[in-house]
Design a protein around this ligand. Structure first.
Ligand SMILES: NC(=O)c1ccc[n+]([C@@H]2O[C@H](COP(=O)([O-])OP(=O)(O)OC[C@H]3O[C@@H](n4cnc5c(N)ncnc54)[C@H](O)[C@@H]3O)[C@@H](O)[C@H]2O)c1
Length: 408
């Protein structure tokens, strides 16, 4: 498949999901802001899956931010909300009802809060909220998981690393999401020659699975600082040997990107020792699972980190990396910034609405600059706020940005 023919690359770069709405009626003598907000030129269907625990709290806030930033860029959203996770188990007896999957598949992008909670912890596997998560990823065909981990200057003290190590860290982990040992066959339980119980799984990748995630990663690196590090265990595992061979062979398609390779054990060490050496990392499902969690902890707060999962066509899935935080659910204590930043990824990687994405990211930065903090990122001298208030402060900032833009 050529680079140009890869629809995902188009998703990342050209926004094929952009939909044109009929032109708005002409408006005369109305204030500029009102004209800009009402003259929506592009329109998208977004499925919201609030989920469980703090999910509904953070998704409600992110929805408002998405609407406002979109309106200011001539973008209109039609939202529909569906049940998933534990809430769906309670209402429908399954963690991902057909109706929810169908709505998600028919939309332009999906924004998910979080799923899970104590109530469903002991359910059988097919009735666990987490099963719904695997099902929706499979149902949307999203094979590339993008997880940024950036240490914001305002929160550098939240990192457990020394300031000089953490400062300026800005990493994107591109994880293969639908292959490898989590899905490989055969898998199961058996007995060995001695009659002992065994458990086994299979790490398997085809060349095409490696190629498609590698192309996404090269493309992501191109939008960042042009450096890609492929992480594998090619000194031991055959699946990794093929991985390295394929990644190396694709490098000629991206001569502007600096490619390096690293064994996963070394990468785990280097992420702690000198994380600034990394720009974009591409790796398989299991290594990506572990390394993206490790990278996220460099930033010190789980409540700040967004993610995107995209496929070759169809809507992407955008969600914060944190869980449903049952310990603080319903108390207005959740940090909504990870979900707001996931909405920014939805705008950039899902819809190609770069300007609206930048508005959202700039508003988050400014809100932090203004000193507002939820409990998880609070430090003395800053203003402690709850989930709703944090959302209101971000909205105010989005609005004031627009005033600046309109006056300039
Ligand atoms: N993608 C998902 O929906 C997802 C991911 C991870 C865990 N889970 C599920 O979430 C449930 C709880 O899991 P967990 O406790 O291991 O992880 P968690 O991420 O929910 O919580 C870990 C800790 O971080 C805090 N925290 C998380 N998000 C926060 C936020 N936005 N603001 C402030 N504090 C925040 C929590 O209060 C808790 O102390 C489990 O049922 C688990 O299966 C879901």
């Amino acid at each position: 498949m050529s680079i140009q023919a890869n629809p995902l690359i188009k998703t990342l770069a050209l926004s094929p999901r952009r939909r044109m709405a009929p032109p708005a009626p002409a408006t005369a003598r109305r204030p500029m802001a009102a004209v800009r907000c009402s003259a929506a030129k592009r329109s998208y269907n977004v499925t919201l899956l609030p989920g469980d625990g703090i999910g509904p709290e953070v998704v409600a806030v992110a929805k408002d931010v998405l609407s406002l930033a979109g309106a200011l860029e001539g973008v209109e959203f039609r939202f529909q909300e569906k049940l998933m996770g534990g809430a769906a188990v309670d209402a429908y007896g399954v963690p991902l009802p057909e109706e929810t999957l169908a709505a998600a598949q028919a939309s332009d992008a999906v924004l998910l809060g979080a799923i899970g909670g104590y109530k469903w912890d002991n359910n059988e596997k097919h009735l666990k909220p987490e099963t719904g998560l695997l099902q929706i990823r499979a149902g949307l065909g999203v094979f590339a998981n993008l997880r940024p981990a950036a240490v914001l200057p305002q929160l550098v003290d939240a990192s457990t690393l020394k300031k000089e190590v953490a400062e300026g860290v800005d990493i994107m982990v591109v994880r293969e999401l639908t292959g490898g040992i989590y899905f490989g066959q055969p898998r199961g339980f058996g007995k060995n020659d001695k009659g002992e119980d065994t458990g086994f799984n299979t790490e398997v990748y085809s060349a095409s699975e490696i190629d498609r995630i590698t192309r996404v990663a090269f493309e992501v690196a191109r939008k960042r600082r042009g450096k890609l590090c492929s992480v594998d265990k090619a000194n031991v595992l055959e699946a990794s040997m093929l991985w390295r061979k394929r990644v190396t062979s694709l490098a000629s398609e991206f001569p502007d990107i600096e490619l390096s390779h690293m064994y996963v054990d070394n990468a785990a060490m280097q992420l702690i020792r000198n994380p600034k050496q990394f720009d974009t990392i591409v790796t398989n499902n299991i290594f990506g699972d572990i390394l993206s969690d490790e990278a996220s902890m460099l930033t010190g707060s789980i409540g700040m980190l967004p993610s995107a999962s995209v496929g070759e066509s169809g809507p992407g899935l955008f969600e914060p990396i944190h869980g449903s935080a049952p310990d603080i659910a319903g108390q207005d204590k959740a940090n909504p910034l990870a979900t707001i930043l996931s909405a920014a990824m939805l705008l950039r990687y899902g819809l190609g609405e770069e300007n609206a994405a930048k508005r959202v990211e700039a508003a988050v930065t400014e809100t932090l600059n203004n000193g507002f903090r939820t409990g998880d990122i609070y430090s003395p001298g800053t203003t402690l706020v709850g989930c709703k208030r944090m959302g209101e402060e971000v909205l105010k900032t989005v609005e004031s940005q627009s005033a600046v833009a309109l006056n300039s």
